[in-house]
Unconditional design. Structure first.
Length: 708
């Protein structure tokens, strides 16, 4: 047998141990190894039962996701899948007991469900998370699961893919015994208890499959929920259909229907995009010149300067992670306002039962509001979160330089300003870094970690680890204006405004992007974030603007009218008391005036032009960022957009999307826009090079990784 699966016997019970770290994925060789172990057990007369267990940290976390790409790219042929192994497990005369710890996910749970019994430690999780990869269970998960847990729960598990804790799974009938002490010991004892008992094969158990009348409302409710909560996704609908097949077809037919739906999903662009995101989220943690072994600073105490929207949200992150945090403001009024907002946010979570009142009290107690720098000398990290103004930020960092201990990380939450210039106000630029949180900071998952010229590797490694501890996804970016996310968002929102100036309706621009899958259209996003933020930044950078380059005209005018967006009740739209956007004739008038003053004759703009202008503005700027090394890889840009800007996961991110369109086609459109609209559309040299070579951004990433 290969090293991937080990076989041993413990008196009268055979033990098959999957040994494929880190998560015991069902990589090539693993199913074969299990089958071999099973055959050995069958041939050994002294063996009465079998335990199947995972070595290391989990049972089996599912199919090897890396293999899917090989199949869809044609590099590898699709074979019979796991079914032969699953039938062998289920038909085994000697009962097989799956012993679960860590995770039994996807193919791992499917293997466990083909066993005669399942035992598990209470801390383990089971689930069918395939939809999160844009696919559905492909080894009869949609057929065996409803037979064990009933139709409603099976639909929920396959449609949403969330993990289920073992105590819950035991109540559902998915786990036969929860093992309190040593898992292997418990599994062996259980195996001996059941060795002689007759086994009812899961595939032959139909008692939980319900009647057509009982099931109809379950499926229609699930489809309704998919429409609302899983907009545009094909896998959840396929998962529902596959479970439905379990209720209307004999097992073998249901398996065939599942296979058909699985293949449809696997070969879709959606699943390629979501698998790209799965690996991308793990890739961003890997920084070529900051090795895994880099020493990190322990972060036990934090301090935040500024109790506004951002500062308050950042303080909540620390409090949520169990780290006490000082929160400083300059006036009692601002401090009280900030603390009130925090308390209101927490109370909202308690009302929604996300956590208890006691948890809220503990979190509140970790935040110390104050007007002074008292205690800042003991902080391991200080995060500055005051408004965007270089002079003020430098003043604060100069003050911190005199107060903070020598190994304290000094972070700025700036969204656009130079970390190097901020660091120049201190005598320790190696300790200075950008921690760019996204609003609302206690909710949004993205943290752009901005590396200054002199930021030390230890400070970077600590920041990446800290992001994880705060429940964020940290992406390292370079120090350029707007860093990665906002630098690209500039052209994206600029084009949205240009399109309106040229004749597109406000709501048509927003709808086109919403229909593409974005959480919100670009003009609505402006209203949500506050149009004054960009206005202030434009004023700060006015001196850098090149003469003769077209500038968007409308948002400055809206701000001059006091229309900052939702916070003032009006921006691009007018908002009612429920924050619903309505078109406002005042804005229509303004657009008319602006067009007339600029000599623009409005023209018809179709949806394709809106999506191409906006999405290729992102990709073109992204290509520049990549070439300059401001993002480590194109996938880092994608992860930023998915987690900070509402880009849909099933499109994979702006760079992946451009790859799926084809860089030659993207370039052709960029050239067209360049000819029509001038220098802002100059094609990025990297885009030209890759398109010329018939390559993709993903290939650029792979080549860079190979060279690193
Ligand atoms: C499936 O099963 C389809 C079936 O129906 C069968 C059809 C025929 N494959 O996340 P981590 C890697 S679909 C390959 O950092 P954690 C991961 O990339 C599958 N690799 O650790 C990382 O690599 P690296 C259904 C995998 O402790 C390393 O392992 N299953 C797989 O935070 C550590 O991962 C799923 O969707 C895999 N299946 O979390 C489960 N899983 O070190 C997906 C992980 O090079 N996995 N890797 O960056 C997870 O949810 C989490 O990884 C898990 C561990 C919770 C297991």
């Amino acid at each position: 047998m290969s090293d991937l699966v080990l076989y041993s016997t413990q008196q009268d019970v055979a033990v098959i141990t999957v040994n494929n770290p880190p998560v015991n994925a069902l990589s090539p060789g693993v199913p074969e190894g299990i089958a071999e172990g099973l055959a050995k057990a069958a041939a050994d007369e002294t063996v009465k039962a079998v335990v199947l267990i995972g070595g290391g940290r989990s049972f089996i976390a599912g199919a090897d996701i890396k293999e899917f790409g090989k199949v869809t790219s044609g590099e590898k042929k699709r074979e019979g899948g796991l079914h032969p192994l699953l039938y062998a497990l289920e038909d085994s005369v000697k009962p097989v007991v799956a012993a679960i710890h860590g995770q039994a996910f996807g193919g791992g749970l499917e293997v466990a469900m083909a066993c005669a019994y399942r035992v598990a430690v209470a801390a383990a999780n089971v689930g069918q998370p395939e939809v999160k990869l844009g696919i559905i269970p492909g080894a009869a998960g949609t057929q065996r699961l409803p037979r064990l847990v009933g139709v409603a729960k099976a639909v929920e598990m396959c449609q949403f893919g969330d993990p289920v804790k073992v105590p819950v799974a035991a109540k559902l009938g998915l786990i036969d015994r929860v093992i309190e002490r040593d898992l292997l010991e418990g599994a062996l004892a259980y195996a001996r208890e059941v060795a002689a008992a007759p086994v009812m094969k899961v595939r032959e158990r139909n008692e939980k499959l319900g009647t057509a009348e009982e099931n109809a409302p379950i499926f229609s409710a699930a489809r309704e929920a998919a429409k609302k909560r899983q907009r545009q996704l094909m896998a959840p609908l396929a998962a529902i259909a596959a479970v439905e097949a379990a209720t209307t077809m004999p097992f073998a037919e249901g398996v065939k229907e599942e296979a058909r739906l699985f293949a449809e999903c696997l070969f879709s662009t959606q699943s390629k995009a979501m698998i790209h995101v799965f690996f991308g989220e793990r890739t961003v943690a890997k920084i070529p010149n900051v090795p895994k072994e880099t020493v990190t600073y322990p972060i036990k105490r934090a301090a935040v300067i500024g109790a506004g929207t951002m500062g308050g949200g950042i303080a909540m992150n620390y409090a949520n992670a169990g780290i006490p945090v000082l929160l400083k403001e300059t006036s009692q009024e601002a401090l009280d306002r900030g603390m009130k907002t925090i308390s209101r946010n927490y109370a909202g979570s308690v009302a929604k039962r996300r956590f208890t009142q006691q948890a809220m009290d503990e979190r509140m107690a970790r935040i110390t509001p104050q007007l002074t720098y008292d205690g800042f000398d003991e902080a391991d990290i200080i995060v500055e979160a005051v408004f965007e103004g270089m002079a003020l930020k430098k003043e604060i960092f100069a003050a911190l330089d005199g107060i903070a201990k020598s190994d304290c990380i000094l972070a700025s939450n700036t969204s656009t300003l130079s970390i190097d210039e901020i660091a120049s106000a201190t005598k320790r630029p190696q300790m200075v870094i950008g921690h760019h949180f996204f609003s609302p900071a206690n909710v949004m998952r993205l943290l752009e970690i901005v590396r200054g010229r002199e930021t030390s590797k230890e400070v970077i490694a600590t920041s990446m680890g800290l992001a994880k501890a705060l429940g964020k996804i940290g992406v390292l970016v370079g120090n350029c204006r707007g860093f990665v996310g906002n630098r690209m968002f500039g052209p994206y929102r600029r084009e949205a405004q240009f399109l309106v100036e040229e004749g597109a309706a406000i709501e048509a621009v927003d709808k086109a992007m919403y229909d593409f899958g974005m959480a919100m259209g670009p003009l609505q996003v402006g209203d949500l974030a506050g149009l004054d933020v960009g206005w202030r930044i434009r004023k700060e950078f006015q001196h850098l603007e090149a003469a003769g380059v077209r500038k968007p005209l409308l948002e400055d005018r809206l701000c001059e009218m006091g229309r900052y967006g939702q916070k003032t009740g009006a921006g691009w739209y007018k908002y009612d008391e429920n924050r619903r956007p309505n078109l406002d004739p005042v804005v229509e008038d303004l657009i008319g005036q602006v067009r007339a003053a600029a000599g623009i004759t409005p023209r018809a703009v179709d949806e394709a032009e809106v999506t191409d202008r906006l999405l290729y503005a992102l990709a073109n700027e992204g290509a520049r960022i990549l070439e300059e090394g401001m993002a480590l890889r194109s996938v880092d840009i994608d992860i930023i957009y998915l987690n900070g800007y509402g880009f849909p996961a099933h499109r994979g991110g702006p760079m992946f999307y451009a790859d799926t369109v084809g860089l030659d086609k993207v370039l052709a459109r960029v050239r067209e826009f360049h000819a029509q609209h001038g220098p802002l559309w100059k094609p990025a040299p990297l885009l030209e090079r890759l398109a010329g070579e018939g390559k993709t951004f993903a290939q650029f990433d792979r080549a860079a990784a190979a060279g690193a």
